[in-house]
Design a protein around this ligand. Structure first.
Ligand SMILES: O=C(O)CCC(=O)C(=O)O
Length: 313
């Protein structure tokens, strides 16, 4: 297995990328999942970078090519120290204000807060950060469209007690459970604490965004709460053999960097993170941008749509 620790620095890597053609408005579901007893790994027919590699915006053409190739891009100093302090104050105040609200997800074992959802709606400070050119502007450039926030959340991994997140593609879930038609969406993960190689940083299988790994099993209605509290949910996670095939072929990148760093990653990257038993907390703000032309429909997996705080319609 090829393992790389990616320290976020302002590197510019140029790589070649034959991109597939656009299939924006196809009526055939080319991402069939949760319907069969066997999984499949298939090529992704849609682009990663939409429009062209010369789309105007914060990223250079080589950075766009590299994003199309590997499925992610990193930058340092996207948030200033004052932004980070403000976000962490918002976490404390939202948690206190909301108590047992459904937007607060707690670790099953310890009761510690694992995730806070819809934070851009709960905090004007966070909404302003999400709207910046260095954040929403990058999404508009990559997706070549106006964007909406599909979901926002802060994932907290307190020292000694932060739980893991099992391997998954976000797009697989958003397609099956939220009715997102195509992977014309991306996440920006903003580090509110340092992400060390040891405190549960994100791991990505680079290039996995170019394959669609279907998941097994028809999903029960109302299942979403369990999927958020369980580190390895029984639905919407790929088979171990499929993760192993892709990790053997493509390797695993571990994304580390100081507080204030950003990781922009395609909605279909296979990613995961380990638990945090170091003394050092790891908290990241995730903002998911969806292209305006990729508006949600009925869920493709046959369940009822998830609540608005998980999938804004
Ligand atoms: O916070 C993390 O480390 C993983 C987050 C993630 O994969 C998710 O929330 O979908």
């Amino acid at each position: 297995m090829r393992e790389r620790i990616i320290e976020i620095v302002a590197t510019h890597t140029a790589t070649r990328t034959p991109e597939a053609g656009h299939l924006a408005n196809t009526s055939v579901d080319v991402y069939r999942t949760r319907l069969a007893e066997r999984s499949q790994i298939e090529p992704r027919p849609h682009n990663t970078v939409w429009g062209s590699m010369d789309n105007p915006g914060p990223l250079s053409s080589p950075e766009l090519r590299s994003y199309a190739d590997r499925g992610y891009h990193t930058e340092r100093n996207v948030l200033a120290a004052a932004d980070i302090d403000a976000c962490l104050r918002e976490v404390a105040s939202i948690t206190e204000r909301l108590g047992d609200d459904e937007r607060v997800i707690r670790e099953k074992s310890s009761g510690d807060v694992r995730s806070l959802f819809a934070v851009h709606q709960l905090s004007e400070v966070i909404a302003e950060i999400c709207s910046r050119e260095s954040i929403a502007g990058v999404a508009r450039q990559i997706l070549d469209d106006d964007v909406t926030i599909h979901q926002s959340r802060i994932n907290l991994k307190p020292g000694f007690a932060g739980g893991p997140f099992y391997w998954h593609s976000d797009f697989e879930t958003w397609h099956a459970e939220d009715g997102m038609p195509a992977p014309r969406a991306l996440s920006v993960s903003l580090a509110l604490t340092p992400n060390f190689s040891t405190n549960g940083p994100l791991m990505i299988i680079p290039g996995s965004h170019r394959r669609f790994v279907s998941c097994v099993g028809s999903t029960p209605d109302g299942y979403h709460h369990e999927s958020l509290t369980s580190y390895r949910p029984p639905f919407g996670t790929p088979e171990e053999e499929d993760v192993a095939v892709l990790a053997d072929e493509l390797g695993i990148d571990t994304i580390t960097g100081p507080a204030g760093s950003a990781l922009y990653f395609d909605s279909n990257c296979l990613h995961a993170s380990a638990g945090n038993i170091t003394p050092y907390p790891r908290s990241n703000l995730f903002v998911v941008f969806n292209a305006a032309s990729n508006a949600l429909r009925e869920p493709f997996g046959g369940t009822s749509p998830r609540p608005d705080h998980l999938a804004h319609r």
